[in-house]
Write a protein that binds this ligand. Sequence first.
Ligand code: PLP
Length: 452
Amino acid sequence: MFSGSEEETTVNSTVKPDISRERSAELYEKSKTYFPGGVNSPVRAFKSVHGTPLFIQKGDGCFIWDADGNQFIDFCASWGPLILGHNNSAVREKVIEAMQNGMSFGAPTALENQLAELILKNNKYIRKLRFTSSGTEAVMSAVRLARGYTKRDKIIKFEGCYHGHLDSLLVKAGSGLVTFGETSSAGIPKSFADETIVVPLNNIQAVEEAFEQFSDQIAAVIIEPVPANNGLLLQTQEFLEFLRRICTKNKSLLIFDEVISGFRVGFEGAAGYYNIYPDIITYGKIIGGGLPVGMYGASEEIMGMISPDGPVYQAGTLSGNPVAMAAGIAQLTELSKSNFYKDLNNKTFEFTESIQRYATAKNYKFKVFTIGSIFWFAFTDRESISNADEIDASSMEKFKIMHRELLNRGVYLGPSGYEVGFVSSTHSKIELEKAKRAIFESLDIVFRGSRA
Ligand SMILES: *Cc1c(COP(=O)(O)O)cnc(C)c1O
């Protein structure tokens, strides 16, 4: 069944012999009878890569094991939250300690104060916050807050940014530079999409045109300041600063959706990385240490609009859940230690740079884009890719081969070429060296057939 690479096996190959995926395949057959596509979030279904999903049994450090007992060096990291690797002992112990006192109260606990204090003391870009249970919820609430605060309806978003699955942002560009969005999912009224204006990333002119047309109707501009959900589309400092200026000038709010970049490119996320003050910031993923937590924060004045202080309603039965808060506290405590990010980012840089060197030396049409401990493998010869249009969709065929070859060599990447990878503090030099060898071999296989 996985014979695709057998002929490629060489003496030095890192291919793992006797790989079986029987148990995963059985579980998948079952799960397809329970869940649409057999999964509880679509990308997990492996539709963008070869093969079928691996069912994961356990994780420890930078490793995961599937249901058949195969071990992988993991760069998916649960899509970003696990910056300390899997099953971190400090997080686990804090969670167990919290669980001894019960799972949820629907009343305030000291743990919420502790996590808030840890965040606010180390982040000069926000003054007050509210916890939610997911990134989507955080963004949905931030958008409502921006509309409530400005008493305006329209939102500008960028093609190639993902903000969770809220109706008003599941919207993609139509044709033209500045467009009313078209819904990117069935089930969203066109009238919702009409409140969302979609423009290309890193394009000053497009944003200016949108403001010329709709200036006094625009509640907010929302952007992933480090767009990392559709490849890694790094923006220029200049563009992000321009967004700050044009929002201020038009009395619109600037929302940084930092659900991925928050606590990833630094403790203060992208706001800190670029030193730009957005009006509202959303966090998720890392903030919960692997448990479901999201959050949005802003100035006291803007957060004063949130109920019960103000007229913008937002709530959650499990918001600020004590077990999830405990995980967040333990994780962020580790991240706030000095040199945490410096070490992690340096390690990632060495890793990605040597992969790039290999590919360049072999003349492969391949680039590794990276920031902090995020990386993205792109089959391109462009020096930079900063908007969605610059991604060559046909290059994803190469990623599919790479993904399969890496799985056969014990390296797990998220199952789509549009997804980024994450390095954690537990990826040691030894594992990164092993991963590199597997990556080199996989690249050789990807490019074997295609060179003229
Ligand atoms: C993951 C993500 C979301 C959605 O968060 P969920 O917890 O999956 O709902 C929103 N925005 C960005 C930038 C994300 O990366």
